[in-house]
Design a protein around this ligand. Structure first.
Ligand SMILES: NC(=O)c1ccc[n+]([C@@H]2O[C@H](COP(=O)([O-])OP(=O)(O)OC[C@H]3O[C@@H](n4cnc5c(N)ncnc54)[C@H](O)[C@@H]3O)[C@@H](O)[C@H]2O)c1
Length: 345
């Protein structure tokens, strides 16, 4: 039987990749719910529409509209909740807006599901920012990066929660509600605490999506602003590997419901900001200009996801290396540079 699947934030970067995956692999009915507030996502919607899938429906709507959500979730058997205010910087400027979208919006959605389609599986895109600045990590400062000396496998789900920045607080609140709706109401929820995700259809800017942002600036011969010393390290995960993990968790929902998973590229797929610039200089064969500015609040010096739980429970591991992912993103941005210029204007 055909399923009705809802993706909130479904024309954003991760959402549009997920929608494409579901549309191309199944004939399920895919409903996207998004208020189009992120600059550039209208192009993702255009792209998706141009593929002419008959089983796709787009609804323009806000995650804070509880009444509308109760209508939209009717008959859903899967819900992917990706809609969010995604930038730490914007959350600092307007913490109320950030809280209403990320925390309250998630609660509205959970309530709508509980009341209307309580048997639905719910996947929530949380973030590694719930672990805060991780000041206790033992680090060494190398020439191009900070090195993790203690926890060599990275950060696991056992790490203490330490919400830092309004974005960290609002996403962390949502993360805990999603988990608790399993414990209290029995909703089949799964939380993914995501590291840095990369891939096509990502309109990175200075506030969010740093890998895409650095590539765009480099291609447009514009100077990159680096906040901190550029030695901060992140693990990078290609979006199709993330989607694969979402799918595996749904297939194994009896085992995964109520669970939280850290997910990222892991120790084998890390880059510092300076190393990405150097990688781009090599691949584009040109010098990239950059300038240093003070650190941003709560910025982790190193975040590397320990994916052991996902590997153990779901036999999942990243298949696309960070280098391959960056190169593919580079080609996608090159092909779409005119459109991206409009978004960055
Ligand atoms: N991209 C990453 O590296 C990353 C890392 C960790 C967590 N996440 C989480 O994954 C999810 C998706 O991120 P993304 O990178 O695709 O971001 P994105 O900004 O590309 O997508 C978010 C989408 O949500 C929509 N949206 C924003 N506010 C809304 C509202 N009030 N109502 C309805 N729709 C709204 C936007 O228009 C956008 O299309 C987010 O929840 C984000 O916090 C992303």
């Amino acid at each position: 039987m055909k399923k009705k699947i809802l993706i909130t934030g479904g024309v954003g970067f991760i959402g549009v990749n997920l929608a494409y995956h579901l549309l191309s692999k199944t004939d399920n009915f895919i409903v996207i719910y998004d208020n189009l507030s992120r600059k550039g996502v209208e192009y993702n919607l255009e792209w998706l529409k141009s593929l002419k899938y008959k089983n796709l429906k787009f609804i323009k709507g806000d995650i804070r509209d509880y009444k509308k959500l109760k209508e939209v979730v009717k008959g859903c058997s899967e819900v992917y909740h990706l809609a969010a205010q995604v930038a730490v910087t914007s959350s600092v400027k307007d913490p109320l807006d950030d809280f209403e979208i990320n925390a309250l919006g998630t609660l509205y959605l959970l309530e709508a599901i509980r009341k209307v389609c309580p048997d639905a599986t719910v996947i929530f895109a949380s973030t590694n920012k719930v672990y805060g600045e991780l000041l206790h990590l033992k680090l060494k400062e190398g020439k191009t990066r900070y090195l993790l000396t203690g926890k060599t496998k990275g950060i696991s789900e056992q790490e203490n929660l330490d919400f830092h920045s309004p974005y960290g607080c609002s996403k962390g609140t949502a993360d805990q509600y999603v988990r608790d709706y399993y414990r209290i109401y029995g909703l089949k929820t799964v939380v993914f605490r995501q590291s840095c995700i990369i891939g096509a259809h990502q309109y990175g800017n200075e506030d969010q999506g740093w890998v895409a942002h650095f590539i765009i600036k480099s291609l447009l011969d514009k100077k990159i602003n680096i906040y901190g010393n550029g030695k901060q390290v992140r693990d990078l995960l290609e979006v199709r590997d993330l989607i694969n993990a979402y799918q595996l968790s749904i297939k194994n929902i009896e085992k995964c419901k109520g669970e939280i998973f850290n997910i990222g590229g892991g120790v084998e797929n890390t880059f510092s900001l300076l190393e990405l610039i150097e990688f781009l200089e090599r691949n584009l064969n040109k010098k990239i200009e950059y300038e240093f500015f003070p650190w941003r609040p709560g910025d982790q010096k190193v975040f590397i996801s320990d994916n052991t739980k996902l590997m153990k429970d779901l036999k999942w591991k990243p298949k696309i290396s960070a280098e391959k992912g960056i190169k593919e993103l580079l080609y996608w941005i090159m092909e779409n540079i005119d459109l991206i210029k409009n978004v960055n204007r």
